[in-house]
Design a binder for this molecule. Structure first.
Ligand code: PGA
Length: 258
């Protein structure tokens, strides 16, 4: 077992992105919840904690499907304000009201497609905390940045700018997701993931309350086939899973691999 936060099983969060209609979404969530009621412990001997982050349209239906199971509900984004004239946006208290425990902020697809910068991500994380949600704050370099040897610098400045005042191990999870590994089937070498996670651990320890215990997830092409190797890396406390979370068998196999 690799070094990681002191206690607890791995945290495996499924980010469905913009996928799923009611029928297939409910079926998928029901299957994951069913597995979680009789889970298989990971190699660490501890059962993983599961989170499903469906699109906002399915939060209620998925929440109903996983109700009473150990699977937690998460959202994929929130607005920094608690309410107001923001057409099409969703506020963190609305997510909490639907039963969410987690919300992803600063995913690279939002940083790129919606030009979200670190300041906005920090404001969203702060809004999540105020609403009682755990923010999953995403960071990660592009391929060009890695090729230029800037991965640590980029991740360092994203952390610096995206973690709000008051971030703690209790209210924040950090996900390292190299942009070039998302949805591509490519993953960094274990040594490269270990280097970044060790760096994030040290930054979190300096900057956050109880930062030594903050859960650090790896994300980017995590599959059933590579999960055991990835989850065994030091300071990898779980995974943020995109494509493979759309299949109950793959997602739960990842959970069982930790
Ligand atoms: P992927 O996505 O697992 O499909 O690479 C991960 C993510 O974007 O969170």
């Amino acid at each position: 077992m690799g070094k990681g936060k002191a206690v607890g099983g791995k945290l495996i969060a499924g980010n469905w992105k913009m996928n799923g209609l009611r029928g297939d979404g409910v079926a998928l969530a029901t299957a994951v919840a069913e597995w979680a009621r009789h889970p298989v412990a990971g190699r660490s001997g501890v059962v993983a904690e599961l989170v499903i982050c469906p699109p906002a349209t399915l939060l209620t239906a998925v929440g109903d499907a996983i109700a009473g199971s150990p699977v937690a509900l998460g959202a994929q984004d929130c607005h920094p304000a608690s309410k107001g004239a923001h057409t099409g946006d969703i506020a963190a208290p609305m997510l909490a009201d639907l039963g969410c425990r987690y919300v992803i902020v600063g995913h690279s697809e939002r940083r790129q497609n919606h030009r979200e910068d670190n300041g906005l991500v920090a404001a969203k994380a702060r809004a999540a905390h105020t609403a009682g949600l755990i923010a999953i704050v995403c960071v990660g370099e592009t391929e060009a940045e890695r090729d230029r040897g800037e991965a640590l610098t980029v991740v360092g400045s994203q952390l610096e700018g995206s973690l709000p005042e008051g971030a703690s191990a209790a209210n924040t999870v950090i996900a390292y997701e190299p942009v070039w590994a998302i949805g591509t089937g490519r993953v960094p070498k274990p040594g490269d993931i270990a280097e970044i996670h060790d760096f994030i651990r040290r930054r979190a320890t300096n900057r956050m309350t109880e930062g030594a215990n903050t859960r650090l997830l790896y994300g980017g092409s995590v599959k059933a086939e590579n999960a055991a190797e990835l989850l065994a890396i030091d300071h990898v406390d779980g995974a943020l899973v995109g494509g493979a979370s759309l299949d109950a068998g793959s997602f739960t196999a990842i959970a069982a691999a930790g």
